[in-house]
Design a protein around this ligand. Sequence first.
Ligand code: FAD
Length: 237
Amino acid sequence: MSANLFAGGYKNQPYWWEAAPQPSLPPIAPPASCDVAVVGSGYTGLCAAIELARGGRHVVVLDAEDAGWGCSSRNGGQVSTSIKPAFDELAGHHGKEIAFGIRREGFNALQWIEDFIRAEKIECNWERVGRFHGAHNTAAFEKLAHDVTHQTRGLEVEAHVVAKNEQRSEIGTDRYFGGVVFPHHACLHPAKYHLGLLARARPRALSLSPAARCSRSLATAAPSSWPRRAAVCRPAR
Ligand SMILES: Cc1cc2nc3c(=O)[nH]c(=O)nc-3n(C[C@H](O)[C@H](O)[C@H](O)COP(=O)(O)OP(=O)(O)OC[C@H]3O[C@@H](n4cnc5c(N)ncnc54)[C@H](O)[C@@H]3O)c2cc1C
């Protein structure tokens, strides 16, 4: 493959890291004992660790890479109410009641993260800017419009359909085939949010151990003094 594939100035890392320089923390040996070992220093692991540490537990966060190396510093920063997959697919796997509860969590999560960011004063450019889902063809537009007008009862999200000839007023382009606006969705700077979590996690009886790759049994990272069945919050990858 040609070396000229990439544009001049191409960098193999997110350009938004410039506004949120990524820390390279020195590896720390895991302590001889802990109440809970959390594997992964992304949003999931750090939120769990903060909560547990504030509840008085001695927590250790293990990560095979630098803190936040995974999705949590690289994502698009869009914050919505939606949890994938859609309700019907979830209901097929778990039944309607559980599916409803899972989707409901998405609603709660949007408000939760806003309250959390405000309470913790995390500077991460949080804004309720709304969101536009653009359709890449006519069929996609019809599906988007259908989904908005046939939402599951009790899980309705405020949204309005925007026809192709009106979308310029929303996003300043005619390229899409229309779309849907979700006025209450939000956005944030993903890496700044992660740094905010990291800053709140580190002072609280919490050791971060970069360069600790864990197997399912924690065999490679944990000191032999740790119980073999330590509670582990394992990230998806
Ligand atoms: C390109 C992209 C765009 C996205 N855009 C959005 C968006 O706009 N809105 C949204 O809500 N979501 C978005 N997401 C999804 C979102 O980023 C993730 O759901 C979220 O960051 C997951 O957080 P996490 O802590 O579970 O995982 P991660 O942030 O990936 O953290 C997992 C950590 O675990 C470590 N780890 C993994 N296995 C091991 C092991 N065996 N031993 C030790 N350490 C290990 C990794 O090194 C990593 O640091 C996007 C994702 C991607 C990739």
